[in-house]
Design a protein around this ligand. Sequence first.
Ligand code: HEC
Length: 255
Amino acid sequence: MTNQGFLPFQDLTGCHKALYTMTLLILGVAYLFAMIQTFSVHASRDGNVGLSPNDLVLAYSGSTDATRLEAAIKGPMSGMLHKEDAEEIVLWIQGGAEEGRYQDKVVPIMEDHCFNCHGDNEASRAAYPHNPILQGYSNVMKMVEIDTGADILTLVRVSHIHLFGMTFIFFIVGGIFLHANVQPACMKCIILITPFIAIMLDIFSWYLTKLYPPFAWIIYLSGVFMALSFTAQWVLSMYQMWFYRLPRDNIGGGE
Ligand code: HEC
């Protein structure tokens, strides 16, 4: 034991380090997948490349000039359609979403690209019970009302998953990072607590963005700070675990 006020990585057993390393590796990969997921769901909702606060406004508070169908076609479902087909559906919505044109123009496209997961049939219902149904005029019209963003129940569902999940992740990563030597010590504490504050700000801002769109900036910035803290803890932990020896004399004024 040393008297630095924490147990440095170099004093851990090889087994500890092996466990920590494997955990960090998996969590690092998981974080990358989470970023890809966030990006693919939210980026370019506003028609511009990349993820911006404006995309988040559209995701959480909706838009006064787009319906949920149009928002999905331009956002999370954009990969399902060719550009011309997407335009055909958007033109149908903007032209007043009439039934005749739905049957003639839209159904053939959706049969090929959407009804597998959004159809009014047993296979599709069994595979995707929560998906909106796009087959049948009265069904599709529910998605062609003005977009009010993610609904509150969806937000509640995602909130509790995020709050539990992120707390576990950052408790584990933080528990490992406690063994790192960071000077000054208050910096270590700031890096440790940043993600917890960011999670709370992030989640409350989802709801607040519905009331006041500029809160999307807080969602955006809390994501940035969370990622910075995760990266700092990950890199410093891995580095100090395997390549670093504590300069014992320099700590606490020496021996
Ligand atoms: C491979 C299955 C699949 C296909 C094909 C598919 N979707 Fe989806 N769609 C989903 C899933 C899953 C969700 C729910 C996403 C979520 O809740 O994050 C969804 C959600 C939606 C939503 C609701 C978005 C919201 O506001 O909550 C719309 C609208 C939508 N899709 C339209 C389409 C259209 C139009 C097509 C065809 C071009 C299509 N989807 C093709 C799986 C699919």
